[in-house]
Design a protein around this ligand. Structure first.
Ligand SMILES: Nc1ncnc2c1ncn2[C@@H]1O[C@H](COP(=O)(O)OP(=O)(O)OP(=O)(O)O)[C@@H](O)[C@H]1O
Length: 326
């Protein structure tokens, strides 16, 4: 008898997340004292064991909000989140927090300024337990895992370089040996050479420890370097997903194609291909009718103005939300 297949590590099904904002001009129009902003809708994705899923999208597309919702830091309006085949509920969130970790966008700001590095990296044990018998030795071991020398334990966050702060946040994220780590813009603000070091560190951790990562970024180079699969978010909805190599080779959604075509070429001798996406990302308060990308789409047809496309499978493991793709 063969053992039953293990469920994916993390599954998001039909997630919707609305935020209720205090009254404003729209509330007056709606004759209500509050307004509801739909930030994310119809999000379904899964992260397999030991894989890295990259989530890419312009600023404001909802990447950070999705990450926070997946870690139970923001309440979802509808849908289902599960880990190891078990639905996440308010009752078992504490268990989730132990098995997951988040690396925040701004590492120095996410570290308490009055605590020394040694205390910062071991703080998760103090919060979640058990307390280490020798806290200083545990700190040194954690720092060694991310390539930092033991004397770093005495420093304060403001004494760290951007790359060192990133490593300290990584050490802190690893403390409780999580199965799943979400890294929000892991290379933001770092020099190119340091960016490479941090991405290599994350790749080694995935390789050696089998940790699953969700990497969220607007930087396609980061996704190419790290991710087995990619999801593209536009205005709070997934518009394409699939294996990274295939999506880069033959993007199915015009938005993905525009993002890839306007990616800066690392070789300055080659001309950058200009297929920049026209216009700004629309306001969440005025979501376009039909396909929400139609106002910026180079190939939109009448149907795109009128009918909202759903996410459909175009090949095994590849999905796209576009009437005209495939
Ligand atoms: N607390 C909030 N109240 C109102 N709107 C919010 C709130 N948090 C996020 N938003 C809105 O939700 C949308 C998604 O924001 P989010 O930070 O998730 O985007 P992002 O893709 O991570 O952007 P960036 O790359 O700039 O971090 C934005 O339009 C943002 O203004």
């Amino acid at each position: 008898m063969t053992a039953p297949a293990k469920p994916p590590l993390y599954v998001v099904e039909n997630l919707r997340l609305d935020m209720v904002l205090p009254g404003g001009p729209l509330a007056l129009l709606q004759r209500s004292d509050r307004r509801v902003l739909n930030i994310l809708d119809d999000i379904s994705l899964q992260v397999e064991r030991g894989e890295t899923l990259g989530l890419v999208g312009e600023s404001g597309s909802g990447k950070t909000t999705l990450a926070r919702a997946m870690l139970g830091l923001l309440p979802i309006s509808s849908g289902k989140l599960s880990m190891n085949g078990q639905e996440l509920t308010p009752g078992n969130m504490a268990q989730l927090r132990r098995a997951t970790a988040m690396m925040f966008q701004d590492p120095i700001a996410s570290l308490s300024p009055r605590m020394r590095v040694g205390d910062l990296v071991t703080e998760p044990f103090i919060i979640h337990g058990p307390r280490p018998a020798d806290r200083a030795a545990t700190a040194r071991a954690l720092l060694a895992q991310v390539g930092l020398p033991p004397e770093m334990a005495q420093r304060y966050p403001h004494e760290l370089s951007g790359g060192q702060a990133r490593r300290v946040c990584t050490a802190r994220a690893l403390a409780l040996e999580p199965a799943f780590v979400i890294a929000d813009e892991p290379t933001a603000g770092l020099d190119v050479s340091v960016q490479g070091e941090i991405l290599n560190l994350l790749a080694d951790l995935k390789e050696q420890r089998g940790i699953s990562f969700l990497i969220i970024t607007h930087n396609l180079a980061v996704i190419r370097h790290t991710s087995d699969r990619i999801g593209i978010l536009y205005l709070g909805r997934l518009v394409e997903s699939g294996p990274t190599r295939e999506v880069f080779r033959a993007p199915a959604h015009p938005y993905t194609a525009s993002l890839i075509a306007s990616e800066p070429d690392p070789d300055p001798r080659r001309r950058r291909q200009e297929l920049a996406i026209k216009g700004e990302i629309p306001s969440l308060l005025r979501r376009p009718s039909g396909c929400e990308f139609h106002s910026r789409c180079p190939i939109a047809e009448v149907i795109c103005h009128q009918t909202r496309p759903s996410l459909r499978q175009i090949a095994p493991g590849r999905s796209v939300r576009c009437h005209l793709a495939g």
